[in-house]
Design a protein around this ligand. Structure first.
Ligand code: S3P
Length: 438
């Protein structure tokens, strides 16, 4: 059988225009899940149509939630209430989505029926004890398969209790799973993280009437009787914007306007890091959208400089490192990233995948268990492997825009999980991206 590769060629033209990127993946998952648990109808717009969020939509539909699609990203969700879901006929397949699987662990822990969560090969390799253990400490009955999916979730024998839990890593997925389980618990759920992680769950649940408070890195949720329905316009995804921010920064002469992008301070580390590298990114028209701060991002090409990225910025930019490594490779001087251990547990081992690909195209890079050092310069073309990881594939597609020869990227199919129209939008603004059968 022939396999498609994504070929990114140096187009020799600047990256210019004004585009609206797809909806935020994190916010889309939560909007679908929480509105399904609300008492009444919610109208959602701008929902990401990527495969990850479709898996969440299908899982909710399989548990009896009527979700009507009224157009691109437009959904009406008829919430069933906190206790209105029904047992699905089959295991719930989360596909490639870590967020879907971990958030559903919290949601399903509180149900009165048993379920099984499964996922694709990559998701089945990712650690799940980190979510099962704290939920079980609340009285839930989750069993993983040697720490991984499939995960079987039985009803909590004595109901869920509140918990005071200190997370070993800053992780919005784990924090959110515990807070969602807290909707079903007797007593407060208090989660403390070693650093700030994205707070979409807290913002959305609080807009739906749930009592949530934050004190520095500790979030507390008190038992809730009901969620009020909500109308949400999902902002564009800053994680998807990151590919275009870097592409337009490094291709000479570029000027690109990305409209209505989420700039939530609990995940705008990519803007801080690019800013320290000297990138020219203006935040225009700052405003609120769907309970989240958004802005139009106007980016102009410039010469980036290598920097040291400290560990406290890592959770705030956790998904953006693949493309930040490309920015570092294009910068003048050396960049050093530390505190990156979590990157080894994403859709692929992102340190290993990026280092291998960067070496293939001639970039000087060194890695340690949790650090990466990159010497800026120029690079050639070549054939790199994305390891089925959407963000690795898109990062090397950005690299192709300034390579001396095309870069071909193996196994790019998972780009659809987060950014289904990546190549269309890329080509519209001046990149040269093509899927080619091999
Ligand atoms: C997400 C949290 C992050 C991020 C993921 C989305 C979320 O994972 O990498 O893509 O929506 O909560 P961790 O919380 O495990 O760092």
């Amino acid at each position: 059988m022939s396999e498609a590769v994504l070929v990114s060629s140096p187009a020799g033209v600047p990256i210019c225009g004004e585009i609206r990127l797809p909806g935020d993946k994190s916010v889309s998952h939560r909007a679908l899940m929480f509105s399904a648990l609300a008492d009444g109808r919610s109208q959602l717009s701008g929902v990401l149509e990527g495969e990850d969020c479709q898996a969440t939509r299908r899982a909710l539909a399989a548990m009896g939630v009527p979700i009507e699609r009224n157009g691109d990203g437009l959904y009406t969700v008829s919430g069933r209430g906190l206790n209105g879901l029904r047992k699905p006929a089959e295991p719930l397949d989360m596909g490639n989505a870590g967020t879907g699987m971990r958030l559903f662990c919290g949601l399903l822990a509180g149900q009165s029926f048993s379920t099984t969560l499964i996922g694709d090969e990559s998701l089945s390799r990712r650690p799940m004890d980190r979510v099962a253990d704290p939920l079980n400490a609340m009285g839930a009955a989750l069993s993983t398969t040697n720490g991984h999916a499939p995960i079987c979730i039985e009803p909590a024998p004595n109901g869920l209790q509140g918990v005071d839990y200190v997370l070993p890593v800053a992780s919005a997925q784990l924090k959110s799973a515990l807070l969602i389980a807290g909707l079903y618990a007797d007593g407060a759920v208090r989660v403390t993280e070693p650093g700030i992680s994205r707070d979409h769950t807290e913002r959305m649940l609080s807009a739906m009437g749930v009592e949530i408070t934050r004190d520095d890195v500790t979030v507390t949720l008190r038992h809730s009787k009901a969620l009020e329905p909500i109308d949400i316009e999902v902002p564009s995804d800053l994680s998807s914007a990151a590919f275009f921010l870097v592409a337009a920064s490094i291709v000479p002469g570029s000027e690109l306007n990305l409209r209505q992008v989420g700039v939530n301070p609990s995940r705008d580390g990519v803007l801080t890091i690019l800013d320290r590298m000297g990138a020219q990114i203006e935040r225009l028209n700052p405003r609120m959208c769907g309970g989240e701060p958004v802005a139009d991002l106007l980016v102009r090409a410039t010469t980036l400089k290598g920097i040291d990225v400290p560990p406290d910025l890592v959770p705030l930019a956790i998904d953006e490192f693949p493309v930040l490594f490309i920015a570092a490779a294009a910068a003048r001087g050396k960049s050093r990233f530390v505190g990156l251990e979590e990157l080894r547990h994403k859709e692929s081992d992102r340190i290993a995948a990026m280092v291998a690909g960067l070496r293939t195209i001639g970039v000087a890079v060194e890695e340690g268990p949790d650090w990466v050092e990159i010497e800026g310069g120029e690079w050639r073309g070549g054939h790199v492997d994305s390891h089925h990881d959407h963000r690795i594939a898109m990062a090397f597609a950005v690299a192709g825009a300034t390579a001396s020869q095309p870069i071909s990227i193996a196994r790019p199919e998972n780009i659809v999980t987060s950014f289904p129209n990546f190549s269309d939008l890329g080509n519209r603004v001046g990149m040269a991206l093509e899927f080619v059968a091999r």
